[in-house]
Design a protein around this ligand. Sequence first.
Ligand code: SF4
Length: 364
Amino acid sequence: MNFDLDAVYIEEQCRRSALATRVRERIPPAVPLRYVADGREAALPRQTERDPFGAGKRRMVVMNRKAPFLMACPAGSAEFACCGLQVLTLASNCPMDCSYCFLQEYLADNPGLQVYANYPDAMDELERLVRRAPGRLFRVGTGDLADSLAFDRITGISRDLVEFFAARDGLTLELKTKTDEIDNLLEVDPQGHTIVSWTLSPNPVFQSSEHRTAPPSARINSARRVLEAGYRAGFHLDPIIAYPGVERDYGELLVELFDSVAPERIAFISMGTMRMTPGLRRAARERFPGDRMLLGEEVLSPDGRLRAFAPMRIALYREISERIKAAAPKMPVYLCMEQPGAHRRVLGAEPPSVAALGDRLARG
Ligand code: SF4
């Protein structure tokens, strides 16, 4: 997939980094490249831009990250059942533009597409994590503030990551994407230590809301190809949006998925329904006024997010999980950002402890 870039900024201090060299060599010649003292400043929205957030997605900044790379997944809390994912932030923002994306609120003041040249430091943090907890297996994802593979043909980061994880028994990498950008992955042997996961939505959601992403069938086809290359594959049905015909559309999506990818080879499927803060919903409706997927009826949950009514969410989860279980009774299925009671009502049991669920998902 080719994403348009209006400009690339490389911070002076990163000029000689391996990442800056690759970016310089691989961006299309027509894209203007400038060296700047402060990349964040250079990529800030201009007053005159009609859609400053959208414009920021087309300005890449190669810079050093000053904060730690590794943290516990911010979606986890005492309130929700948590899957134990550790998040590694190697980039911030995404060239795709899903109407429901939380980055529209989270990165509203900082929309440039940052990629961190000092990412090898992240590997030192991972080494320390493993040393602190010998015998544990950590699942570490890079797809929280950015799509894990969107610009991989320019940055080439996936290759270094997969090779690093391939040599470490205590770590499983999860690369999460809505692209079909897998060429670099096919050149490395993950030694079973990397899961590539795709967020999947039915076609009507893809068409109305997931702008510049790969079509669901292309994502499924990519999953089949990485499985053949020795990777593991997982899927996130998230966000599930309650609209007329949603059950039928997920049924068709799962038939297509299981026709292409043998269910017993899938590492896990997660499910989460649409959730938005009021601020995000305002921003999303303003940027995408014609998107009917943003118009559902929602109630405010105790965590300050708007969601579909609980009975409707539970019914949807049940419908979809029953179809999954019919095809693959042993497949690990879990809910994202739902309370333990929802797990019990949908999956028949409270989720195991964070450590146990995290370990199970990491092992597959
Ligand atoms: S692909 Fe993911 S990160 Fe990118 S815009 Fe869509 S939801 Fe946001």
